[in-house]
Ligand binder design. Structure first.
Ligand code: THU
Length: 132
């Protein structure tokens, strides 16, 4: 699959980052099984722990609009190296995506690597552990 479009959305949302404390901009684009794409950026807070990552912004936007399953997610943070999702975001992606969904880490539309969820969060704690 060509992830250029998804990366383009992530790059666009990266420009919307609210990151006055870290000066680190992150954009994400979440493709749901419906075919819809939701973009998100990191949104920081003077109380640092209240910060929301780009990935979770995009996922929560989609879920709150009635989406249910993630097919792929593209992430652009640093333009010099690939930015991996933080641990909390990996856990949130795992809640709404199967272990074979694609996680695209990009520096630009033409420079990206493709990972699967099971590579970056093996043995994820999921609803089956709770008997759900
Ligand atoms: N950040 C993300 O948006 N996504 C990640 O997966 C890694 C970290 C943000 C949070 C914070 O605003 C900034 O990057 C520095 O940690």
């Amino acid at each position: 699959m060509d992830y250029k479009k998804l990366i383009k959305v992530a790059l666009d949302y990266r420009n919307r980052a609210y990151s006055p404390y870290s000066d680190f901009k992150v954009g994400a684009a979440v493709l749901f099984e419906s075919g819809e794409i939701y973009g998100g950026c990191n949104i920081e807070n003077a109380s640092f722990g209240a910060t929301n990552c780009a990935e979770r912004t995009g996922i929560f936007k989609g879920i709150s609009e009635g989406e249910s399953k993630i097919k792929a997610i593209a992430i652009v943070g640093s333009l010099e190296e690939y930015t991996y999702p933080c641990g909390i975001c990996r856990q949130v992606i795992a809640e709404f995506g199967d272990e074979d969904i694609k996680v695209i880490l990009a520096k630009s539309e033409n420079d990206y690597i493709e990972k699967e969820m099971k590579e970056i969060l093996p043995g994820a704690f999921k609803k089956d552990a709770l008997g759900k």
